[in-house]
Design a protein around this ligand. Sequence first.
Ligand SMILES: CC(C)(COP(=O)(O)OP(=O)(O)OC[C@H]1O[C@@H](n2cnc3c(N)ncnc32)[C@H](O)[C@@H]1OP(=O)(O)O)[C@@H](O)C(=O)NCCC(=O)NCCS
Length: 205
Amino acid sequence: MSRPQHLCIRPLNVPDIAQVLGLEMQGFPSHERASALRIEYRLTVCPELCSGLFVREFDTEAVNAKELPDHSTIKKETLIGHVIGTKMVSEAITDESMLVPSSFVPGHIYPLGHQDSGRTIGIHSVVVHPDYRGKKLASLLLKDYLQKMNQQYVADNVSLLCLEKLVAFYSGVGFADKGVSACKFAGEEWHDMALTLDHDEDEEE
Ligand SMILES: CC(C)(COP(=O)(O)OP(=O)(O)OC[C@H]1O[C@@H](n2cnc3c(N)ncnc32)[C@H](O)[C@@H]1OP(=O)(O)O)[C@@H](O)C(=O)NCCC(=O)NCCS
């Protein structure tokens, strides 16, 4: 199994929207895909819960120059995988957690969309570009995401929905199968998958 060189994992941000939308199209049929508005909303209100796996290309002339370049040598970043989440007050993904509030009044807790005071991260999308699948890159990206969320005390739990065929994959990353979800998004039968962030690593030091 070979992996591309110059992989980089970093939080996604508003300028990444076009690449994220392109990858969503590669990953999901239209009825399962998040709308452009939902992606824009999530990357705007909670970019720290959205992580991208990029392949970087460098300006090799600048890298090999005798003098230290006066600019970054990164020439291009191509998104090949992403994890997109929001925070929720509920412990499992609900239809409301996937929505975008139509108006926003500071201090008011809406029962839908991103809930900043929530202690559960709801992961709404995990995708790896078809050209890069089968290299354990989704596992790499998810493990990195979970470690960061754990060590930064962002939340105490992580939940997601997946189809039966991916239960084994998410179990391998540490999620427990909580059975068939009450959520019937896109008219399909989903499994509630849940993981507890125990923050243990910090306490041991
Ligand atoms: C699911 C997905 C993210 C996996 O990406 P990946 O980088 O190829 O995953 P990995 O290489 O880390 O694979 C991990 C394991 O999951 C298995 N797996 C991946 N996709 C699978 C699928 N569609 N059906 C069954 N098993 C699958 C792999 O066979 C592998 O199993 P192994 O460890 O026994 O070899 C990728 O196939 C994808 O983007 N699919 C379309 C979008 C999607 O369905 N996302 C999940 C939404 S819940």
